[in-house]
Write a protein that binds this ligand. Structure first.
Ligand code: NAP
Length: 262
């Protein structure tokens, strides 16, 4: 699939938040969008080390707009959009692939989560989507698309997901409220892709993640884990006109795991 291009994103421009390395889900989406003709801007956390990591990946895709953005800081978000607008022009899509909870909050029993850890996880993993829509809206074209990434832990209790499950539940709710408002105001769609487990930096923070990876193929109707390129193709669907009638949706890409009840 990687080598086939239908030019579905020719003339479209977008901004990708959440590439840490070539395993990041955002990276697989970016590669697919690029292959389909999209022009991309990327963000990275401010430290130079993070910039170098993202630059090494993004520049070969022809990306020239690579800007710092810690999503806990509204000024940085505003500047990132201004800079993208200056360098590549109005955006047709935004990819939000950002989540964070500190190690203690992920590992300790959920009821022991501290107020500060809870607030930080919600701020980075949920409010950031609201903030990106808030600041990005004026730089987006009518008919655009916003995509975030979620996980089954939003709707079911899953071992070791703890505070992040609660964050994902709030994120999925935010998708519905944002979809209603952005659809009404600017015909912009907002959707979430609920991915099956993929080994990434963030996933490494979830205790026993290897066990989850071994468990899915036993139960999922397709009897395997998802391939990262399937995140890319489904991301392309949700960000392109192929899904022009779809908004406020949580789209599962998990080899069917979420559909079985045993
Ligand atoms: P990842 O490669 O580690 O991506 C997470 C990204 O969030 C990183 O680029 C990280 O930047 C960024 N980030 C964290 N705090 C930030 C902040 N304050 N400001 C800006 N960026 C920040 O892991 P991933 O698995 O691809 O995660 C992407 C999304 O997919 C997350 O929402 C995750 O919950 C979701 N998801 C993942 C899976 C899975 O199995 N991997 C399944 C379902 C959903 P740095 O690395 O530079 O800190």
């Amino acid at each position: 699939m990687k080598d086939i291009s239908l030019g579905l994103m020719n003339g479209k421009r977008g901004m990708i938040f959440g590439v840490a390395n070539d395993r990041s889900l955002a990276w697989h989406i970016a590669e697919r969008l690029h292959a389909e003709g999209a022009e991309l801007a990327f963000t990275h956390l401010p430290p130079p080390k993070m910039e170098r990591r993202v630059r090494l990946l993004a520049e070969p895709l022809g990306a020239t707009c690579i800007v710092p953005c810690d999503v806990t800081d509204d000024t940085q978000i505003r500047r990132a959009f201004q800079e993208a607008n200056r360098q590549i022009g109005p955006l047709d899509f935004i990819v939000h692939a950002i989540a964070y909870a500190n190690r203690a909050a992920l590992h300790n029993p959920f009821h022991t989560t501290s107020r500060a850890d809870f607030a930080q996880a919600m701020d980075i993993s949920v409010y950031s989507l609201v903030a990106l829509c808030q600041h990005g809206l004026r730089y987006m074209n009518e008919g655009g698309s916003v995509l975030t990434l979620t996980y089954l832990g939003a709707v079911k209790m899953l071992p070791n997901y703890n505070v992040m499950g609660v964050c994902k539940a709030a994120l999925e709710s935010a998708v519905r409220y944002l979809a209603a408002e952005l659809g009404r105001d600017k015909n912009i769609r907002v959707n979430a892709l609920s991915a099956g487990p993929v080994q990434t930096l963030s996933a490494a923070g979830v205790e026993d993640f290897d066990r989850i990876l071994r468990h899915y193929p036993q139960k999922a109707p397709l009897h395997r884990n998802i391939r990262p390129d399937e995140i890319g193709t489904s991301g392309l669907y949700l960000l392109s006109d192929l899904s022009s009638g779809v908004t406020g949706e949580i789209h599962y890409v998990d080899c069917g795991y979420s559909t079985v009840g045993w």
